[in-house]
Design a protein around this ligand. Structure first.
Ligand code: CA
Length: 226
């Protein structure tokens, strides 16, 4: 059974979310404040987090970025804030999606299911060395070949590793340091300029807009639900 954590201080909304999700067969845990919610998220195993932005004791963004340091589960932000800047900020902090109150519970449910399915697909493919196919791009980890718009792209070993790493962690903003330590397998000591150089080469060879620069933060491979 998939476990979903709901961090929400408005009881009425938490109840609606719980009811709809439980009806669909999910196990739902509700926490009413940020600190206890974060503790629970870090200490237990959940498949998805539904996170309210405006909590009495903590900012939802802080929870989001803290959780992202350790966990790879989908994070769906639910908030009354509607300003565009907040939406961008929420996604920049590692959230996968954003829905504003008041929302249609059926819409929430649909998004929960879509994100769970997407994570399963991606996790499954990287675990088993299965190809990643996204729009015009195909990455074959076993043969280490990449195709863009049907034509094979010649990448160096590190360029391949970088592209595969980003595509395996879609919709997450990854800092240069994090990318460097994960792809190069070394602690970054001011070496993360290397990441920029390799990424520039990848972008030249694969002229697509999937890899976004998040100014001052890092990079994100955007993969929208299809
Ligand atoms: Ca709230």
């Amino acid at each position: 059974m998939k476990r979903i954590l709901v961090i929400e201080d408005e009881q009425g909304i938490a109840e609606v979310e719980r009811d709809y999700l439980e009806l669909e067969g999910f196990e739902v845990v509700v926490e009413e404040n940020g600190a206890s919610g974060l503790k629970r998220a870090l200490g237990e195993s959940f498949d998805l987090l539904i996170l309210d932005l405006m909590l009495p004791d903590m900012d939802g963004y802080a929870i989001c970025s803290r959780l992202r340091e350790e966990q790879d589960i989908p994070i769906l932000i639910v908030s009354a804030k509607t300003e565009k800047i907040d939406k961008l900020r929420g996604l920049g902090f590692g959230a996968d999606d954003y829905i504003t109150k008041p929302f249609d519970p059926a819409e929430l449910l649909a998004r929960v299911k879509a994100h769970l399915a997407r994570y399963e697909r991606i996790k499954g493919s990287s675990d088993r060395g299965i190809d990643i196919n996204y729009r015009d791009l195909t990455i074959q980890p076993l043969s280490r070949r990449v195709f863009f718009m049907g034509a094979e792209v010649s990448l160096t070993a590190k360029e391949f590793d970088l592209l595969y790493y980003l595509a395996s962690n879609p919709n997450r903003v990854l800092s240069k340091d994090k990318i460097f330590s994960d792809v190069w397998g070394m602690q970054p000591y001011g070496d993360s300029g290397t990441v920029v150089v390799h990424l520039t080469h990848v972008r030249e060879k694969i002229p697509m807009d999937y890899i976004e620069t998040v100014r001052g933060v890092g990079y994100r491979f955007t993969m929208l639900s299809e």
